[in-house]
Design a protein around this ligand. Structure first.
Ligand SMILES: Nc1ncnc2[nH]cnc12
Ligand SMILES: [Zn+2]
Length: 339
């Protein structure tokens, strides 16, 4: 197949996104609109100047702009508009199920209530389900550069809303903030029946992936690229079929890989791992799901069979029920047959 045919195939197949920070889908245009609506002055003269600033050499440089950017989110309608824009965008990419993170501490610290955040996001997700046919799960993520106590306080704030929250995650500055710092809060979340995932092995060492598995007892690893440095870890991830939510464009923009041709996705697939493709923070990293598949097909020798496998993995690794998973997988196999 030519690269164009591979991209057509990827576009035509139904797929799930499992690693998306809703605040990272805030496009510069919407950021300026919300800033104006809320009487906030951004430290950039224009949308173009803002986009120009999106040049990062590591995770922290990105996070500094990411937290600054989210300051325009003030009202329930702002959270709705943000989420609705994301859902409309992914509908065009053939995403039929999405599992999104939100970072409550990034907003609580600015005196935006948990209620304001979750009401806006959840209303848009429900509209996405009825109007666009996109099912969803919502994941509350703890900021790992903050304390264990802050995570416990956030969980307390989330208690009235637990029927809307499917799981918890762990994100923000990885180096120096190992998963073990959150062992107790994750244990409490599991007791409450929440699912658990954590960013690990993006910039941090394989040891952080081990900690996420053994101490936090996560069901998924977000990123996990650096697992490849530890053969015993790869064996563990393969044996337990732990999903890894990999984000190619993010890895390139944050210099986790030096060039897309060096991206480890095929190594991870060949090792028998349950890897998936995701966009992470699409407004900051240059694209959504199909942009990620496009850039992969242009730069690495990926095959049609591997693309179908990645789509299968996206449903298998999701937090859909077994019945829902089977329905999505059947839809995928039917689409793959005619493509
Ligand atoms: N890629 C990423 N890694 C860690 N924290 C994040 N928060 C938003 N995107 C992130
Ligand atoms: Zn992420």
């Amino acid at each position: 197949m030519t690269k164009a045919q591979l991209q057509q195939l990827a576009a035509a197949l139904p797929k799930a996104e499992l690693h998306l920070h809703i605040e990272g889908s805030l496009e510069p245009e919407l950021m300026f609109q919300l800033a104006e609506r809320n009487g906030i002055t951004l430290p950039y003269a224009s949308v173009e100047a803002l986009r120009q600033a999106y040049q990062f050499t590591n995770l922290q440089e990105f996070l500094d702009l990411y937290y600054q950017g989210m300051s325009v989110l003030q009202t329930e309608q702002d959270f709705y508009d943000l989420t609705w824009a994301y859902l409309q965008r992914i509908a065009a990419d053939g995403v039929i199920h999405t599992e999104i993170f939100f970072d409550p501490q990034g907003h609580l610290s600015r005196n935006i209530s948990f209620e304001t955040q979750i009401q806006g996001i959840y209303r848009a997700l429900c509209d996405g389900e009825t109007k666009l046919g996109i099912s969803f799960r919502l994941i509350m993520s703890f900021l790992r550069h903050l304390s264990e106590q802050s995570a416990f306080d956030t969980l307390e704030q989330a208690m009235p809303w637990l029927d809307r929250i499917d799981g918890v995650g762990l994100d923000s500055s990885e180096l120096g903030h190992p998963p073990e710092k959150f062992t107790r809060v994750f244990a409490r979340c599991r007791e409450l029946g929440l699912r658990v995932t954590a960013h690990a092995g993006e910039e941090g060492p394989p040891e952080y992936v081990w900690q996420a598995l053994d101490l936090l007892k996560v069901q998924r690893i977000d990123h996990g690229n650096r697992s490849l440095e530890d053969v015993t870890l790869i064996e563990r991830l393969r044996n337990d079929q732990v999903p890894l939510t990999v984000c190619p464009l993010s890895n390139l923009k944050l210099c986790v890989v030096t060039e897309m041709s060096q991206h480890p996705i095929l190594k991870l697939l060949d090792a028998g791992l349950l890897v998936t493709i995701n966009s992470d923070d699409p407004a900051y990293f240059g694209g959504y799901m199909m942009d990620n598949f496009r850039v992969l097909s242009e730069n690495i020798p990926i095959t049609a069979a591997q693309i179908v496998q990645l789509m299968r993995n996206s449903f298998t690794g999701s937090w859909l029920s077994e019945t829902e998973k089977q329905a999505c997988l059947q839809r995928l196999e039917a689409a793959a047959l005619i493509s």
